[in-house]
Design a protein around this ligand. Sequence first.
Ligand code: AMP
Ligand code: MN
Ligand code: ZN
Length: 892
Amino acid sequence: MEVREKAKIVITVASLVAVTVLFVAEYRRRRHMRKQTSSSLSSCYLHSELKSQFGFKRVLADNSYSGFKHLKLDNASSSLEKSSNGHPYETEITVLLENPPIEFGFLRGEYSLELSDSYVWVETESQLKELAEILAKEKVFAVDTEQHSFRSFLGFTALIQISTHEEDFLVDTIALHDAMSILRPVFSDPNICKVFHGADNDVLWLQRDFHIYLVNMFDTAKACEVLSKPQRSLAYLLETVCGVATNKLLQREDWRQRPLSKEMVQYARTDAHYLLYIADSLTAELKQLATEDSSSPDDRFHFLLEASRRSNMTCLQLYTKETEDFPGSAAASSIIYRHLNGHGDNSNISLNAEELVRKLCAWRDLMARIHDESTRYVLSDQAIVALASKHPTTTKEIYDTIAHTDLATESSPSLSSSVQSPYPVICSHLDDIYEMILDKLAKLDDILPVVLKKCLGTNGTCPISVFNYSLLVNFKTKLSSHSAPKQNGHKNFKQQFTRKASRELFVKKFSCKAPVYHNCRIYANDGRLLCYCDKRKLEWYLNRGLAKLVEENPPAIMLLFEPKGRPEDEGNDFYIQTKRNICVGCGEGKHYLRYRIIPSCYRVHFPEHLKSHRSHDIVLLCVDCHEVAHAAAERYKKQIATEFGIPLFVRRVLDSKEAQGTSSLVEDESTGNSEDAGVSPLHLRSAAMALLRHGNRMPSSRREELLQTVKMYYGGRDISEEDLEKALLIGLSPHERRKLERKKGVSFKHSAEVAGMDKQEDENNDGEAPADSEKIMNVERSTVADDSGDGTSEEDGATELNDTQCNGNTLHQQNSKLSLLGHGPHGKQIVEYLLREHGEDGVRGFCQRWRKVFVDAVHPRHLPGGWNVSHSGRRDFGEFSVYNPTKRLSTE
Ligand code: AMP
Ligand code: MN
Ligand code: ZN
């Protein structure tokens, strides 16, 4: 009885809530629609809304599609420095990295841990100048920032908290947005240490909003990392080191609000106030660790220096605006991937709806930029999915679809908050969506210019501001650079044409000329299928009398020994399916290249037994998917470089003696991780090679470009032919250098010989200079047989095919091998670090991260069943397997 009563109540309450929800939605819809129709269509919500960033007069990162321009210092000496968009304080940070500070006095004299009652609110220019003067006198101060991102396209810093030994300052960076350069000098002063916790974002935000660059920073999160603390969050440190509790939920508050609530002030101060104390305490631990751990006094401060080094590596990061091929394309791909064919939730999108998703994402991207809103404020992902799958046909239906979807999926209960989805952008521009849904024929390329013109054109509906002005000015170039060349100018057409031609050439040269997977089969002696593989593997077993041929076409063998286990018993279905000779990304079957999911620069350094299971991590991709995967991998390498503090690039630092002509050269391969801090060995060598071979014949602009690459390595000075020859060897291990010399039968020590060799080779070469370094990098992935292509893998396709089979251009490949072997010290150091710190599990985890990067970038739809990110790909047949080193020796 009682239970039934309860159930009744529950049902009643639930229905009441449901009715309320529907009622509120309906009410809001009517209100909005009334607003819409009563005012003229040309009124954008922004005319009657004041957003705090509209007070900013100067905006460094606007919402256009053009790149971010970094601060240029007047004292940049060489023209190279002036023209580059590199880190303005790279030199200062590099100096710090090479000569780290030895003294870390974070606290001095009396220090009270407690948060006092008073703090300083800084909101006028004179107050800010005063603060700058105070900070200039300090040796160290602590910093944290809060940013607002919901009602802004790129986000902006809404508050900076600065704590000195004596005082907490809260800087109102909304009121002072245009005056913040006043703080630039103290932040870039190498003699003042800035303490942050988890500075990665703050470093970028400060660059983006104020051109403030950090030099000399100590990141307490990096200290935790070096100390291998169980947790690295500030909340954890506050609690364990200071005994202070903090409510991290407040980080999601709207930091634009003024005045800040009491709790927000308390939270903001807490984030910076205790950092000096925490830094002091962690430093002591780091020193302690050093003393315990060190055998010689020389590396006493090892751990502390490492923490400091990692912190300052973060400062070398450069803010960039995200770029994509087409507005909204990344978001669209992600939505389609998540909702197509049952990935993610159950709201599947049909193939027909894909196009609508792309249109809505592109429109959302442009609308967010025009109005300076986050994309999620314009239209949520789930609303896009709902619109694409439900296909509403009236503005009312469109409105309701969005309202109901967002109401149902809202993460926080927001019946209480004043504004809800559909937000005003949608309400004032609902007709756009209506047209996009109805006009199925309209091309994406045509929609965006129309939308832009409607909003920002001469009689545009929406206000022009510092955020969207250059969007209006630059938009044409952005679009025309990737749309069809129909009405574009001559130059653009030529660009399109050469791009197409170079793509075709590339496909011709580097795609695999024969099917990669032979789909030969290996059976166990009980007749059960063990795996598919290539011909060479069959031969390996046949030649050793370990198997007999049981079928001819396609060939199959039966093992004469009892192999270890059966694939289906081990859940290893991966190996007993045929593999298709198509791009695993998009299914393209006309051409494909091998793609190594784990870049060779790491893989070559793996222990042999982890290296040999390759079929899992080498997949086929068409040129387009290859490029996507490659670009993502290059980005991720940079991330790895920062994360591990192991730079990707090499650079020789000029010493004064060398500058005067005496050649006492010290090779310096330890600089920052940013592209501008150096050059990848691969780029360096291919540029040097092209210059040596074709320098006289290539267009001067191309030569200049390649020279810049080499100069970057040599610190910007003029370079001689000898320099170019030396550059050919950079990044090669001694072993690789010998191999190269042996191959060519020459020694690289003398310039004449190198030049002679290359001239001879010219006849065989097609005389083409590497036209596109990106592509060269791609080739490296697909053709250089650098991980011991001895044809002894257990699975199909894992074996490197020989040149003629795969490449059809043996000579060219020889050349590319010549220029592409060797990757510099980065890969080796990373793998050594992983093995040292985490053993082989570290390497396995590392592989999984790369598989995830691949999946996230390409969204492959044609991976073999059973392939997944955590699958190790390991499978061998035990004692007599090709993997068994002792067996291999005795049979060979
Ligand atoms: P914090 O220094 O931890 O207070 O974070 C700084 C800023 O990062 C905040 O003002 C937020 O804008 C942003 N942020 C950090 N974590 C989150 C989160 N979990 N959700 C939303 N925003 C966050
Ligand atoms: Mn904070
Ligand atoms: Zn508008």
